[in-house]
Design a protein around this ligand. Structure first.
Ligand SMILES: C[S@@+](CC[C@H](N)C(=O)[O-])C[C@H]1O[C@@H](n2cnc3c(N)ncnc32)[C@H](O)[C@@H]1O
Length: 232
């Protein structure tokens, strides 16, 4: 990983913003990801994220924290938060913004236990592929304190395969329609392609059942997105 994402965040934080990140996927063309969105305040967040923050309690782990927007809100509301991300640049920015406990760490390496684990902005993306969902969920479950909760959001992206006639053009031979290849570029440089997973609620619920987690639907968003709460 070249950490172009982290470089873009650092540029923005340091007042060197000139252009946004460009993303595309195996099923969609180039799209701009405004860097300012990754620095959003509570009032600029989607309802689903606001709800997740309101439900957060006790010791919180913010997985894939990015610039730490969610962690900062929780910290301001006197919760004890640990923010982790695999992006060195993102963690540097989170620290500069005031996140007190921020660490470069892959969630699979995390060992402490928490009352609330947050995975936001398509939290299932971190699982990468459908075949890895059980591994990630099992690990996240092992990080929960008694009565702990995992709050994560994702979307059912079936709509992206719909053609003008209302038919669907999904490839019957591919694994699962939410498994995407994700491409990112910034200032003319290309990041190493990544895998990024969107999970519809029913598939997430089924995966949770296989690892002994209860999966409840908390809130549906305006565009096939949802917030789920996973408990033991
Ligand atoms: C879509 S961004 C979301 C950032 C932030 N949560 C937000 O809502 O603005 C996903 C983040 O997850 C991080 N990430 C990806 N895989 C990870 C892993 N295995 N462990 C920790 N962080 C990870 C990425 O570096 C990236 O910063």
């Amino acid at each position: 990983m070249k950490d172009l994402f982290g470089k873009a965040l650092l540029d923005y934080q340091n007042g060197n913003y000139t252009e946004d990140i460009i993303t595309s996927t195996s099923i969609s063309d180039d799209d701009l990801l405004p860097i300012s969105y990754l620095f959003r305040s509570f009032s600029e967040m989607p309802k689903i994220e606001q709800k997740a923050l309101k439900l957060s309690k006790g010791q919180v782990l913010d997985v894939g924290c990015g610039t730490g927007s969610h962690s900062l809100y929780l910290q301001e509301n006197r919760l004890n938060v640990k923010a982790i991300d695999i992006s060195k640049g993102a963690i540097e920015v989170a620290q500069k913004r005031g996140v007190m406990n921020a660490e470069v760490l892959n969630v699979l390496e995390e060992k402490s236990k928490f009352d609330t684990i947050l995975l936001l902005m398509n939290g299932t993306g971190i699982f990468q592929e459908i075949s890895q969902v059980a591994k990630y969920l099992t690990h996240l479950k092992s990080l929960l304190k008694p009565n702990g909760q995992i709050l994560l959001d994702s979307s059912d992206i079936k709509y992206m395969y719909e053609d003008e006639d209302g038919g669907f053009w999904m490839d019957a031979h591919s694994n699962y329609y939410g498994e995407l290849d994700y491409f990112l570029s910034y200032k003319g440089k290309k990041e190493v392609p990544m895998k990024w997973l969107y999970l519809d609620f029913d598939t997430l619920k089924l995966a949770c059942e296989t690892v002994g987690l209860h999966c409840g639907l908390i809130l549906e968003g305006e565009h096939f997105d949802y917030l789920a709460r996973l408990t033991v």
